[in-house]
Design a binder for this molecule. Structure first.
Ligand SMILES: Cc1ncc(COP(=O)(O)O)c(C=O)c1O
Length: 282
């Protein structure tokens, strides 16, 4: 705690999302959480079960295979004070399409103008472009907004899925608000599961505080990231080599573990043949 922020350890990212949702509900039971269309399938059950309402903002354009940023911004310009906008810190699940640095700046500007709060889900730090690069938007918002909620997960980047290791970090407008927020968060945790499991968090703490372990973790994470990005490039190249007419270049620009291939679920003969031809290349 201190420096206008407080972090509470949680049972994974899911536990963090649920705890943050309870915290939001206690601060403003009428708050609506705006989620990207599409978003991770578990956002609504996790956050909704804490009693919060949802609306969605346009995010991924299946036609252009890119973020529909103009449409997204238009909707964000209507989000009122008291509501929250949920953003994926990096490696958007399920589209793989992330905001550019300029787009993060525009989101920051509209958040300041409208006075809504931002809620960031950071489940894949280090799996997109780099440990620092992947939190460019998170840092930008933490520096410029009075308040911010960040839920992070160590499940993927530390390979600790089964140990349920995550955290909720609140950036507050003052150290006093942080102290109050911390009391509310820990009381909500106590009423749910009391204490999060310790083993995974102890592993993360040891790695982060031991220079040799930290650098070997960073190297391993880079290997994972490089492999994902290499597979993306090889996939696109193979399709080009096979003279597949459709341009799949967008897959190379997307980040993390997910992408939409852009196939409609049609059962006609042509799309069946197209898929067969495509996958016969691998
Ligand atoms: C976008 C997103 N947020 C949060 C989570 C939850 O993370 P955890 O496994 O740490 O509960 C996931 C896991 O798949 C995810 O994809």
């Amino acid at each position: 705690m201190g420096k206008r922020r407080v972090t509470v350890q949680t049972p994974g990212g899911c536990g963090g999302l649920r705890l943050a949702a309870e915290f939001i509900g206690k601060a403003n039971a009428e708050a609506t959480v705006w989620v990207s269309d599409p978003t991770w399938a578990n956002h609504k059950p996790l956050i909704g079960s804490a009693g919060l309402k949802f609306k969605s903002y346009p995010y991924y354009d299946h036609e252009s295979q890119n973020v529909k940023f103009i449409d997204m911004l238009k909707i964000l310009q209507q989000v009122p004070q008291g509501d929250l906008v949920l953003l994926h810190g990096c490696c958007h699940n399920p589209s793989g399409a992330d905001l550019s640095p300029e787009q993060w700046e525009a989101v920051r500007d509209v958040a300041l103008q409208q006075g809504f709060n931002v809620f960031i889900d950071l489940a894949y730090q280090g799996m997109g472009t780099g440990l620092e690069e992947d939190v460019h938007g998170v840092r930008l918002l933490a520096e410029s907004l009075p308040e911010l909620i960040i839920v992070s997960s160590c499940s993927k980047n530390f390979g600790l899925y089964r140990e349920r290791t995550g955290a909720v970090t609140l950036v507050c407008d003052s150290d006093e608000s942080c102290a109050t927020a911390s009391t509310v968060l820990t009381a909500a945790a106590r009423a749910n599961y009391s204490m999060p499991p310790d083993h995974g968090a102890a592993i993360v703490q040891l790695i982060m505080n031991t220079p040799e372990l930290r650098s070997s973790w960073e190297e391993e994470l880079k290997e994972i990231r490089d492999r994902i990005n290499k597979l993306r490039s090889q996939f696109v190249q193979k399709l080009k080599d096979a003279e597949i007419a459709r341009d799949f270049g967008f897959i190379e620009n997307e980040k993390g573990m997910f992408s939409f291939l852009g196939f409609q679920c049609r059962s006609d003969q042509n799309s069946h043949r197209e898929l067969q031809h495509l996958f016969s290349q691998f």
